[in-house]
Design a protein around this ligand. Structure first.
Ligand SMILES: *Cc1c(COP(=O)(O)O)cnc(C)c1O
Length: 419
């Protein structure tokens, strides 16, 4: 024990584990030296990092504030209560549970709370922008429940609520899920809520991607019209990696029981403290300004890409993300992802609706603005990046051109430090 303490007092990680220390240092350098445009990623504040790296990781606290299965919970109770209180205020929720380890755990807890195995669920098709946990056959949500999906329209790639209504009336699901991972447009939550009400289904919104936009009031708040809302705290929200569940009071007990003891054991108290910090940050005026910039940047990126001849799914964006259909550029999503990575621009290959090539070799890439916006970039930088993406793809057989692009990426990265 005293040896551990001595090491801790010096340069702890470097002394104890130089291999992991070096790996983390390399990852930090990668984050600084690349333009990261993964739509589901972000950069947390140093305050969030500090809470996440705190001694709260040492504490077991099964249960909820005021009723734990362990002694010594005074301070972790304070941390969790702060997180809950702030989250409830921000989203105007009747009830909140901040313990889910991830967005997936949050969704599983909702299923456990409101469904029995074999019940019917209706969610957005994975290949049209939905999430794995909304009924995909390879996920527990599609194996333990009878899952059905709605799709976007063939021409516009937009959701059509009349089609959703038709499917819902036919299927009569117990649970309807709205929310997506690669749908670049606003979702009509009120319209979905009406459909759920008409057929007596429970209505879940999964705002994993857009929780930050909602917190800042730049996107409509689904908590107001739905039964249950799940979110992640690490995407647009810009907090630690984790999940949250908001619900009506009438689901409070079943949701809490589903999270613990239904699905999880001890909560991650260091992460919950970091969630509390992120909720505090989300109440600052600078946070609303940040989320406005996230939208302005995605919009500027989308317009610049269109001007450069790129084809965007739905023709643009209302969110933090842009889905590019690369078919007219004669390059696959995979090739574009690899090529851009060599130029220092990090994106992910992504299926587009009705993708002729399928999920293993998809025809698109997904781009997001949250991380670059956290670095302070603005629309002029988005236009510059759109240009670089175009040049990289157009000059892909010319090694010299890629090196020139990488130089420009390097100079932008040093001008806008990640930390
Ligand atoms: C990212 C995401 C999740 C899952 O979050 P994890 O924390 O990765 O488990 C759930 N739903 C949607 C819509 C997502 O985009």
């Amino acid at each position: 024990m005293s040896m551990i303490n001595n090491e801790l007092n010096r340069n702890p990680l470097q002394a104890v584990d130089p291999e992991v220390y070096t790996t983390i240092a390399a990852e930090q350098k990668r984050q600084q030296e690349n333009l990261i445009m993964i739509a589901s990623e972000n950069l947390v504040s140093r305050a969030v990092l500090e809470a996440q790296g705190s001694v709260l990781t040492n504490k077991y606290a099964e249960g909820y504030p005021g009723s734990r299965y362990y002694g010594g919970c005074t301070y972790v109770d304070q941390a969790e209560s702060l997180a809950c209180e702030r989250a409830r205020q921000i989203y105007k929720a009747e009830h909140v549970n901040v313990q889910p380890h991830s967005g997936t755990s949050a969704n599983m807890a909702v299923f456990l709370a409101v469904l029995k195995p074999g019940d019917r669920i209706l969610g957005m098709d994975l290949s049209h922008g939905g999430h794995l946990t909304h009924g995909s056959k390879v996920n527990i949500s599609g194996r333990y429940y009878q899952s059905f999906s709605y799709k976007v329209e063939p021409d516009s790639c937009l959701l059509n609520l009349e089609e959703v209504r038709k499917t819902a009336r036919e299927i009569r699901p117990k649970l309807i899920i709205a929310g997506a991972s690669s749908y670049p447009r606003l979702i009509d939550y009120d319209g979905f809520a009406n459909i759920a009400r008409e057929i007596g289904a429970v209505f879940l919104v999964d705002m994993a991607h857009t929780a930050g936009l909602v917190a800042a009031g730049v996107h409509p708040n689904p908590v107001l019209c739905s039964d249950i809302v799940t979110a992640t705290t690490h995407k647009t929200f810009r907090g630690p990696r984790g999940g949250v569940i908001f619900s009506r009071q009438k689901f409070a007990v079943s949701i809490d029981k589903a999270v613990f003891p239904g699905l999880q054991g001890g909560p991650l108290m260091h992460i919950i403290a970091a969630k509390a910090v992120a909720f505090k940050e989300a109440q600052l005026p600078s946070y609303a300004a940040y989320q406005k910039n996230v939208l302005a940047n995605a919009s500027a990126l989308s317009e610049a890409l269109i001007d450069l001849g790129f084809s965007l799914v739905t023709g643009g964006t209302d969110t933090h993300l842009v889905l590019v259909d690369l078919r007219n550029k004669k390059i696959s999503g995979m090739e574009a992802e690899k090529l851009l990575e060599r130029a220092g621009i990090i994106v992910n290959k992504n299926v587009i609706p009705f993708d002729p090539k399928g999920a293993n070799n998809p025809s698109g890439i997904r781009l997001g603005s949250p991380t670059l916006t956290s670095r302070g970039m603005k629309p002029p930088q988005m236009r510059e990046i759109a240009d670089l993406i175009e040049q990289a793809i157009a000059g892909r057989n010319n090694g010299g051109s890629l090196a020139r692009i990488k130089q420009q990426v390097d100079s932008m990265c040093s001008e806008y430090p990640a930390y």
